[in-house]
Design a protein around this ligand. Structure first.
Ligand SMILES: [Zn+2]
Length: 263
């Protein structure tokens, strides 16, 4: 099975043999280094701790916003109750003052006067009841105003933290984006130096091999899959022309020979 497979792969290898000067193959390693860095940058951007913290704070912000709307609405309702209680008390006071004026004027019969005295007494009792109600409503308003103030402070504190995190995120993104742009220029030069055909092969392998399309052969070991090559493969690599683009028999990545390859 192994032999059969190997011979089949050998045929494939001969069929698709690609030639590129050793210097172009080495430039492929530069391209790989840049692409690895681009992958690291993309990963860094996706896993920035500030992003995780911002995501964590979003529900808190939303809960606080909802609580604030509720607290402000409740406070508004109670403030309207205060206005109503205030005007109820004022009506009674006005009525009582009018009655007092009429009594002071001493007009009308003794019976009228007595009726007025009764009414003034009743109004005084009524005023006490209404003032108690007003006081109770004002206490509730005070408590709700304290709730609103507490929530506003918490919301403001959260907004400050969110602002700090967004600034840190934007700074990190700007630095990483600047590096991506810089790499883009170098990459274009290297791609031109490597050549279309080899770059296409590299891209294809890279896409299906965890981002590594080309690897160094170092001390008989493929740095792509970390496996040491057997003697049969080593013999084949040793016999291959320097401009032959080689592939690792294990991981199929482009295998680049250097002075450290051990062959
Ligand atoms: Zn390999």
């Amino acid at each position: 099975m192994g032999l059969c497979d190997r011979s089949h792969r050998g045929q494939d290898h001969r069929r698709y043999v690609l030639k590129a000067d050793a210097s172009r193959q080495w430039r492929l390693l530069d391209l790989q280094a840049l692409d690895t860095r681009l992958d690291q940058i993309a990963h860094r951007k996706a896993t920035l701790p500030e992003l995780a913290e911002l995501r964590g704070l979003a529900p808190q912000t939303s809960v606080l916003d909802d609580d604030l709307v509720r607290a402000r609405t409740a406070l508004g309702d109670v403030q309207r109750e205060i206005t109503k209680a205030d005007s109820d008390v004022q009506l009674v006071r006005d009525r009582s003052a009018r009655d007092q004026t009429r009594m002071d004027a001493g007009q009308g019969t003794a019976k009228d006067l007595q009726a007025l005295q009764h009414e003034v007494a009743a109004l005084a009792r009524r005023q006490t009841v209404l003032e108690d109600i007003e006081l109770e409503v004002m206490e509730r308003a005070e408590s709700l105003a304290a709730d609103v103030a507490r929530l506003e402070a918490a919301r403001a504190e959260l907004a400050v933290r969110v602002g700090e995190l967004e600034a840190l995120r934007d700074k990190a993104f700007a630095e990483l984006d600047a590096e991506v742009e810089q790499i883009g220029h170098s990459r274009a030069d290297i791609v031109a130096g490597v050549g279309d055909e080899l770059v296409r092969l590299y891209e294809k392998i890279r896409a299906s091999s965890g981002g590594i399309g080309a690897a160094v052969l170092r001390q008989r070991r493929c740095e792509g899959c970390r496996l040491e090559l057997n003697q049969v493969d080593i013999n084949r690599l040793t016999a291959a022309a320097p401009d032959e683009v080689l592939r690792c028999e294990e991981c199929r990545r482009i295998l680049i020979r250097t002075s450290e390859s051990g062959i």
